[in-house]
Write a protein that binds this ligand. Sequence first.
Ligand SMILES: [Zn+2]
Length: 469
Amino acid sequence: MANDYRYTLEKGSKKYRCPNCHKKRFVRYVDTGTGNYLPENYGSCDRAMNCGYNLNPYLDGYAKEIWEQEQGNTTDWKPQPIKRIKKPVKKPKRAFIPVEVLNLTRAGYEQNTFIQNLLSRVAFPFEVQDIEQVISLYHLGTVQNGYRKGANTFPFVDVQGNVRAVQVKQFDKQNHTTGTDFLHSIIEKHHTRNNKALPEWLETYNENETKVSCLFGEHLLTKYPYNPVALVEAPKTAIYGTLYFGFPEQPTNLLWLAVYNLSSLNLNKCKALKGRNVFLFPDLSKGGKAFQLWSNKAAEIQKRLQGTYFYVSDLLEQLAPQQDKEQGKDLADYLIKQDWRLFRKQDIKETPQPEPEPVEPPIREKSEKSEALKKPFIIEENNIDFITVKEPDWSNDIAELENYFTNMKLPTQPLKLNESSTITDCSLFVKNHLSTVKANNGKQIYLPYLNRLQELKKALINQRFSKVP
Ligand SMILES: [Zn+2]
């Protein structure tokens, strides 16, 4: 007999929560005589390197005790309390999903509901060419079999090109999410069900504390180093943003990235954004909670990422009806009802300035509801009119503003500039804006910077007066 022990570790890949590290990586002991599990402290944790918990029934007297009991004897044996094992806190190296695994998803687009909806079922279907471009930019793919068949894959690839996670989303014909999953979980379930050992990469990958540890679209930051960045919650919204507002080849276009979800916006994830202009578009929420959360986080992160400028849009908060807020609608819900042709900038071929520069925060300050939703991010018409012959001189205005701002104490709290924009860090805002207008005196495209400074000044003066009792 290969194995005549009565108590053995359970065969197969069923895992329980480890009594020591609480990860679901614990294999329990089974009584082969009865088929029952031994008490839940008997077993061995898979995480040999990071936990190492192991309790063998033959070593602590349990086996003997049962045997005595079965002989009708009584003993004074007592199970020992669980001893906590503390492994030295060695931060394990982050493991990634192999590119070959991601590559398997790059097919089956004809059965990919999300993609097919965009090509034919939405109110204003997109050109095949645009869809192909967005697929290749963001490495979108398809789950081609199993219970998530036809679902779209959204990989989170970091700036170094490592695949950190692959989110799987199922959609209905209206492109609303009906199911969410991860590629690694699907692969794991597949193996478990067929009683097969997990591939080695997956064993290691499962050790990662967080799976989604970078931004969706992060890999594009190095490819498009100058574009202003739009940050949304869900990958789907980032895809819509790109399709509606144009591709990042044009350096004044927004480069659309997604955080994954509301609560996972944090400094670590934002490190890749260092030095960029970032426009955040939180989803709608009851009482504007999402907006508030992101505003606070953005202010906090901005302080610790030098040269990065966050600008949180509350455009949706301002314009959406109460019902939409309660449903937590997002930008994607509004965009998809519109004709994308109306959003694309025209005639950008004629740009005589190839030098990419930050652009005007893409929010119109005062606009009719429908107009704003139609073109919320289109830069003021004159801004794209690059062929300006005469350049006005702003020297006096700049001097006046600089004088005003340097002689005053700027608020440290986020400040609402107008209906649709909030400044998270006033002194950084002033610093950035002043240096931009000084470096680009008279250039029409930078007029919004000057205007915003003037607007801020006005707002501060108003605030001061309103405080006087
Ligand atoms: Zn453990």
